[in-house]
Design a protein around this ligand. Structure first.
Ligand SMILES: NC(=O)c1ccc[n+]([C@@H]2O[C@H](COP(=O)([O-])OP(=O)(O)OC[C@H]3O[C@@H](n4cnc5c(N)ncnc54)[C@H](O)[C@@H]3O)[C@@H](O)[C@H]2O)c1
Length: 270
């Protein structure tokens, strides 16, 4: 058994039907955890359930709309009654919309904040109370973004929501530390998923420009490129890590400007 082993633990992953959430659920199961997987009503969790059970772990699918903030606490109580103590919470579900700052409506702002900020906080709030009552040294991992650390045009509400996730994570880490519960974020960079939905411009050109901007060979990341960070933060291996973020971005935030593109080609001097 290694420090990354999660045998005997139960994890909850929100937004688990596709993208990063599906990879997180499969990765946690691969490390030995049973997984409660959650997505919006009407969204097919079948492939994620197959991946978790295929790894030999129990999987409990639940349909729940996290935008229904008021319902989160009673719903989390139901999950605890049904599946017992929770050891790992992965607050992954999130939404994005590409809009100029002046096109963002009050309704659009609130809809995004409900899922990206309110649901993250109020689910962590209830689950942390369960962990304390159950005597569990739990792990809470919130999925923020490089946009929670550095802004990007056309995403004012999304940037603000992810900045909020960063600071509420540190706030909870400070309050939950005495209970042995760690709270951290993973801040992904450009990962190939369907998240941005409809693009109001040439998506292929945009993605090609981004891919060139990423220092690490290969360009965009894949959802399972973020799984190693989660297993560190969710396991005993990460027991002294709390109140911080792990950036998984292929070096984007490390490089202010893609200067290499304008320099003479690299020459090996050996
Ligand atoms: N893909 C990226 O490049 C990237 C980069 C940085 C951060 N992130 C963050 O990672 C997380 C996952 O992103 P993704 O790219 O996998 O997105 P995605 O759109 O592929 O998947 C998100 C999942 O969350 C679910 N979801 C959305 N709203 C929900 C709600 N109200 N209730 C329940 N489930 C809901 C969706 O149905 C979907 O299955 C998000 O928080 C996102 O902001 C993604």
């Amino acid at each position: 058994m290694t420090a990354f082993d999660l045998t005997g633990r139960t994890a909850l992953v929100t937004g688990a039907a596709r993208g990063l959430g599906a990879a997180f659920a499969a990765g946690l199961a691969g490390a030995g955890a049973d997984v409660i997987v959650v997505d919006r009503p009407g969204v097919d969790l079948g492939p994620t359930v197959a991946a978790v059970t295929g790894a030999g772990r129990a999987c409990h699918p639940h349909a729940f709309d996290l935008a229904d903030t008021e319902a989160i606490a009673p719903w989390a109580d139901e999950l605890r009654r049904a599946h017992g103590p929770l050891h790992i919470l992965v607050n992954n579900a999130g939404v994005a919309a590409l809009e100029h700052f002046n096109e963002i409506t009050v309704a659009g702002w609130r809809a995004l904040m409900r899922v990206n900020v309110e649901a993250v906080f109020f689910l962590a709030q209830r689950v942390a109370e369960h962990m304390i009552a159950d005597g569990v040294s739990g792990r809470i991992v919130n999925i923020s973004s490089k946009n929670g650390l550095v802004a990007e045009a056309g995403l004012a509400h999304y940037n603000a929501s992810k900045g909020a996730v960063e600071l509420l994570t540190r706030s909870l880490a400070a309050e939950l530390g005495p209970h042995g519960i760690t709270v951290n974020t993973i801040a992904p960079g450009m990962i190939a998923t369907p998240i941005d939905g409809e693009f109001p411009f040439d998506r292929a050109a945009f993605e090609a420009a981004w891919a060139e901007r990423i220092p690490l060979r290969g360009g965009y990341g894949r959802p399972d490129d973020c799984v190693g960070a989660l297993l560190l933060l969710a396991s005993d291996a990460g027991r002294y890590i709390t109140g911080t973020h792990l950036v998984v971005d292929g070096g984007v935030l490390a490089d202010q400007m893609p200067r290499l593109r304008f320099m003479p080609p690299y020459r090996n001097t050996l």
